[in-house]
Ligand binder design. Structure first.
Ligand code: PLP
Length: 416
């Protein structure tokens, strides 16, 4: 806040956007290097998504989803379960954003165990460096010290946080018996700095959960909808969860909407007469917002009509070539991690010894600030630079994004 209010700070006021470009109130243009915080898929102002929202707006913008439904929600629910084999993920619960998609999964899994007579299964297993959102329940799973510190003590006894998958085997049966569900960001931990899990991690976690009867919650809030190269990250290890949490890219990055997909087994446990009180008492005012559902349907249609997954493959290969050719040789560049169209580039004071820059120096933030002058907007995670371009990015724009980071690094670090 203090930086923002400083007299010398000039806020960037975004006034329009098209495809991969954002334009500010002074007419300056920037490439959207992090897809507007990992949400945008097909670019801004896409005529097909605009038209879908406009058409829905002409019908109505929003109605309660309590005891009601509407065509776009029905179509979207059907489309989402259509991505998975029959009789696997068959039920959809709508909410508003990534955090609430996770909250819904946490609450459903805990209530499920109460309903089936095993209330002792109430804790959640998560991982160090995980990030699952900022609402109190989702944040209590998180393993990033900086974000945990302000809520220290909150739900601590409800969360079992492990360093890695190998630690599963060290858990004693009494502890395992208290677990309701395990929660993981599949393939890559985003807010941790785009940290890739070792291959096989997801499949091993699924097998472990199956062995111990523990539910598996996959947080695909960041990875869903093509980001890792496949429509959903879990496909790459042939894993199906008990809960799949989707948000961010669900509407193509247009509107806040989330979905928690689950199985018939979970759904069935909540069925009963009113007096049995099996109700899932959870919902939000804007659940299944009709404009959001219309945007999501248009975004999903674009995957077919524009062959988006093929374009993602091509762009990913180009990105990898550019990162290796233009950034890897720079002295402060350490590890470069990439999966699909997610890239994390570590900046280190000494890559040979992996010595980081002092965190107070805000090196990553200063590099991204310098890159603005070269027409790129992105945000670092501490000293990891993030590139996550929209899928509509052209080859030339991709090269310009990487070049802006290169110049930002050279001007901020190498020129000192
Ligand atoms: C993996 C993951 N889960 C959950 C969230 C929370 O999503 P939201 O900010 O929409 O609440 C995020 C946000 O960055 C995320 O990356």
């Amino acid at each position: 806040m203090q930086d923002w209010c400083a007299p010398e700070h000039e806020p960037i006021v975004i006034t329009s956007a098209r495809a991969a470009t954002l334009r500010d109130s002074r007419g300056r243009e920037y490439l959207d290097g992090n897809s507007s915080i990992w949400t945008n898929l097909h670019g801004h102002n896409h005529p097909r998504i605009n038209a879908a929202i406009a058409a829905q707006l002409n019908a109505f913008a929003h109605c309660s989803f309590l005891g009601l439904t509407h065509p776009r929600a029905i179509e979207l629910g059907t489309a989402l379960i259509g991505f998975f084999p029959a009789d696997t993920l068959t039920r959809v619960f709508f909410s508003d954003d990534g955090s609430t998609a996770i909250e819904a999964a946490l609450r459903m899994s805990r209530q499920y165990w109460q309903l089936v007579g095993q209330p002792e299964r109430r804790r959640f297993l998560s991982f160090e460096h995980a990030y699952h959102g900022d609402t109190l329940g989702a944040a209590s799973l998180g393993g990033i010290p900086l974000f945990r510190q302000p809520i220290a003590g909150q739900n601590e006894s409800d969360t079992l946080r492990l360093a890695d998958i190998a630690a599963l085997e060290t858990l004693d049966p009494a502890t395992v018996g208290t677990l309701a569900a395990a929660v993981i960001e599949p393939l890559v931990q985003g807010a941790a700095g785009m940290k890739l899990w070792p291959p096989g991690t997801l499949a091993r976690l699924r097998a472990w959960c199956d062995r111990h009867g523990i539910l598996l919650i996959l947080d695909e809030v960041m990875t869903g909808f093509g980001r890792t190269g496949t429509m959903f990250a879990c496909e790459q290890e042939n894993v199906l969860p008990d809960f799949l949490c989707l948000a961010k890219g669900l509407t193509g990055g247009y509107l806040p909407l989330a979905a928690t997909l689950t199985t018939e087994r979970i759904y069935a446990a909540f069925l009963g007469e009113y007096h049995e009180l099996k109700t899932f008492f959870y919902g939000h005012s804007y659940t299944a917002n009709a404009l959001g559902c219309a945007a999501a349907l248009a975004s999903l249609a674009l995957f077919c009509d524009e062959d988006t997954l093929t374009r993602i493959q091509i762009l990913s290969r180009n990105l990898s070539t550019l990162l290796q050719a233009r950034l890897a040789p720079l002295p402060p560049v350490g590890e470069i991690r990439q999966i699909g169209l997610i890239a994390g580039i570590d900046l280190l004071a000494d890559p040979a010894t992996k010595r980081p820059f002092p965190w107070q120096a805000q090196t990553g933030a200063r590099v991204c600030h310098a890159a603005r002058a070269h027409g790129l907007l992105t945000r670092p995670i501490r000293d990891t630079l993030v590139l996550m371009p929209p899928y509509c990015t052209t080859d030339d724009e991709l090269a310009r994004m990487v070049e802006a980071l290169r110049l930002g690094i050279l001007e901020t670090i190498c020129a000192r």
